[in-house]
Design a protein. Structure first.
Length: 290
């Protein structure tokens, strides 16, 4: 269980406000965090990681105080059991993939665990290559593996997939979900992508001006928003192209067709001829079977 009571003043552009956030996060949960730019999402992750310090409050993880202003407790980032993945990968450019993983590992690292990560993330053929020879998706797979070599209990993801194209992003969503379940992680992910939230998270926290304005199941928070007004259309499934990890579904909407990428769980039970609702927000299509 993670218990948070955080207070931190900061500036976002021309605005100044205080992050004032209290919540609890169950062990093993996958929590998506979203909000407008400058709302305090990344600040929350950095406070958890120890990259920033609250001005007041408390961070308690599994009955251990990582931060407590009343007692002066403030554990260093090295002693907090976390893995952190950034949007820009943050790999060491002069090291190979293997050396990046070795650098992040403890001297007494579990070699079987590291090898397991290499297999899960499909890194065998990349181990001797340097980051500047890798694609964005490959770099992010390395960054994810590196974040997990020390067996963290808490995984923090700051918009890790936003710069990737749709097909690669969905494949990496599958990898992240697999890692979350396989290693029994508690995961917090900052993302703006509604489809990503619905595919991966079991809880959604929305932040506005440093405060929680919505907290609950993603389907309950996003469902009515996604299906509102001019952004929803009835359609019929014309074709389904099954590929590795994903399926590309073509839907007839009026006289036009829309192609939507679904993961395996979303594809399950869907067949040609099904009536569906195509909802779109910020150019992110979501499919609902009628």
């Amino acid at each position: 269980m993670i218990k948070l009571d955080l207070h931190k003043s900061f500036k976002s552009g021309a605005n100044s406000f205080t992050l004032n956030l209290q919540t609890e996060i169950k062990e093993g949960s996958f929590v998506a965090i979203r909000g407008k730019s400058g709302a305090g999402k990344s600040t929350l992750l950095r406070l958890l990681a120890g990259l920033l310090s609250p001005e007041a409050g408390k961070i308690q993880v599994n009955d251990q105080n990582w931060f407590e202003s009343a007692t002066g407790t403030n554990l260093s980032i090295q002693t907090r059991n976390i893995g952190f993945v950034f949007q820009d990968y943050a790999l060491f450019p002069h090291l190979t993939v293997k050396q990046n993983l070795e650098f992040a590992a403890d001297k007494d690292a579990d070699k079987e665990h590291v090898e397991d990560l290499i297999q899960v993330m499909e890194l065998n053929e990349l181990l001797d290559r340097k980051p500047d020879t890798l694609s964005g998706g490959q770099k992010q797979r390395v960054a994810l593996a590196r974040a997990l070599v020390r067996k963290p209990s808490l995984l923090l993801l700051d918009e890790p997939l936003s710069a990737l194209d749709t097909e690669i992003r969905i494949k990496l969503q599958q990898h992240i979900k697999q890692l979350h379940q396989r290693f029994k992680l508690t995961t917090l992910m900052v993302t703006h992508d509604q489809g990503e939230i619905l595919r991966m998270a079991d809880r959604l926290i929305e932040i506005e001006d440093g405060k929680i304005v919505a907290d609950g199941k993603p389907t309950e928070i996003l469902g009515s928003k996604a299906l509102s007004g001019k952004f929803s259309f009835n359609g019929e499934v014309l074709s389904i192209e099954d590929q590795e990890f994903i399926s590309i579904v073509t839907v007839l909407v009026g006289l036009d067709t829309v192609r939507i990428v679904l993961d395996e769980s979303e594809r399950k039970g869907l067949k040609i001829g099904d009536k569906v609702i195509v909802a779109s927000k910020a150019f992110n299509p979501i499919l609902y079977k009628l």
